[in-house]
Design a binder for this molecule. Sequence first.
Ligand code: MSP
Length: 501
Amino acid sequence: MSFYVTTPIYYVNAAPHLGHAYSTIGADILARHQRQRGEDVFFLTGTDEHGEPVALAADNEGVTPRELADRNAARFQELMPRINASNDFFIRTSDPEHHAKVQEILTRVKDNGHVYEGTYEGWYCPRCADFKTDAELEDGNRCPIHHIELTRETEDNWFFRLSTFEEPLKRLYEERPDFVMPRHRYNEALSFIRGGLQDVSLTRAKIRWGVEVPWDPEQVFYVWFDALLNYYTALSYAREGEDLVDRFWPATFHVIGKDILKFHCVFWPAMLMAADLPLPEHVFVHGYLLMDGEKMSKSLGNVLDPFEVMDRFGTDALRFYCFRDVTFGQDGSVSTTQFEARYETELANELGNLASRTTNMVARYRDGFVPEVELDAALAASFEGLPEEVAGLLDRADITPALEAIWQRVRRLNAYVADTEPWQLAKDDSRAGELDRALASLIEGVRVIAVLLHPYLPDTVEKLQAALGTDEVEYAAAGFGARRLERVEKVEPLFPRFAPA
Ligand code: MSP
């Protein structure tokens, strides 16, 4: 089966921050997991380069939008390998192939009768690149997100008949209760639709930086429609000479943050219906990582730099922490203190020690040879059904509960070490059989944990598996007792003490 997962494409008006890394790592975990299961996976990320936010930022810096876009897109491209994102393509909406495809699809939307000429009058936030209703404004006609004062704008635009999709969208939500996940976001989107939909501007007249409207070259497409279409256009040119649309469209998961719910859960399905294209299977909406209670963003200035975090703690520590401390799908606070605590107690002590103690003992007591004996039945029982449980959770993008299920077994293995006390067994020759069983069972547990943790901690698992003498991460190997390792080596420290800042 095919599995197509996307991240939001990121604005190039600022440098990457932890929020961007968060969405991308979330999508990456899903992509890696599905690859383990042998699915045909395509994972897309990229940059959103048009529109007023970028044009304004470029103006402020005294460079052209393209210069700013090139400079910052490069920083996002650099971020991907650093966070170990296994994306199959990186789209830039300034790609000429994207332009051509956007023009083709939106012309079809017009030909299908969903576009008309009109005049827009209302509030507009250039930082959001979004129109605001009176009800949404804060006191003093301010943007509720950026707190800047907004002006009323009047513009002759081409409009998209969003209102005519109110009923079809309600039907969609009725028929597909998992179109938007988690449930509270589904409810939010549905109540937005039930509140009544108004037509929206499809084009902008005052901006030059964007995809030109083929039937009215004085205008460019409103950046959101150009941006949303990236999920579809990328498939037509990601592989030279190959069109991946039939293979991967519709997308399985669009992973997004809650700030862009309206665009993905309302505008996007309506636009696809208007273009006669199939709808994605799921939009997964995650929450915000908060620092001091405010959404982390460049404009608010409280940015936790993912590059700095990774320099200090390593990539996997970042990947782990983001999904461990805050449930994917909910808001939650992150902090350096919590980060350090998790690193030490869970990564270094629980996982790191388990791996080193286990491999150490086999090296010491059995010369590295894994005893060929029957495995401990009670330990085996506590792993029963685990791969299915994790797969079931990750099929719904429940990344945090899946990690918790795996981590319970990490703890179970540590408890097993404490209970069996192999170092005591080693003192008594008459208990050699018990020692054999304890060591073989522990190694098997660690092997399984490694397979299951691969999507979360790819680097760590690679190191651990090198010591275990295997590189198999296929899901068939995720069952306790599914494989038998022969020889292991002492693992290098997986989570060394970090240097003080
Ligand atoms: N360019 C649009 C998206 C277009 S998608 C067709 C955009 N870009 S953005 O650069 O502002 O990135 C927004 C996304 O980054 C959010 O939807 C979210 O996925 C992620 N995050 C940004 N800040 C975040 C947090 N503080 N916490 C979690 N995720 C955050 O909007």
